[in-house]
Design a protein around this ligand. Structure first.
Ligand code: SF4
Length: 142
């Protein structure tokens, strides 16, 4: 996906920046436009799957329900990995469109917790300065 400025392209890891603490404060959250693969325990923590359902229902059935509900885009049967649904513009369904902050931060999946230490280019992320921050107007912080 081509980004609006800074020559950052989420799909080209060579355009990514070295991550450092505090970078997220001014970023437009490009990392939250990448596909997020999650396990069943992540879905339970997010409240998308009931603990009882997770224990008693075959993952395939759960995936079917979640697909129908628009909560996931894909299910890998072999590895039992679910891919969270994204909005038409590529944003994660849990990303606040205005503040560009995660609305489920405390319950976010392990994949998100591990980024960018674990990912396509460890220690790097598709940082792009948020326009409101670039203009010095400040923005809503989570
Ligand atoms: S769950 Fe939160 S941190 Fe993870 S991709 Fe979605 S908005 Fe970003």
């Amino acid at each position: 996906m081509r980004c609006a400025s800074d020559n950052v392209d989420v799909d080209r890891i060579e355009t990514w920046s070295r991550y450092r603490n505090g970078l997220c404060d001014s970023c437009t959250a490009n990392c939250c436009t990448m596909p997020v693969e999650v396990k069943l325990r992540d879905l339970v923590r997010l409240g998308l799957v009931d603990p009882f359902e997770a224990e008693h229902e075959p993952p395939k059935q759960i995936a079917k329900r979640l697909t129908k509900a628009g909560a996931i885009d894909h299910f890998n049967f072999k590895h039992e990995v679910f891919t969270l649904a994204r909005r038409a513009n590529g944003d994660c369904r849990f990303l606040d469109a205005l503040t560009r902050r995660c609305t489920v931060y405390e319950q976010r999946p392990q994949t998100c917790r591990s980024h960018p230490q674990i990912g396509p280019r460890p220690g790097h992320c598709p940082y792009e300065r948020r326009l409101d921050k670039a203009r010095g107007q400040g923005g809503a912080e989570a």
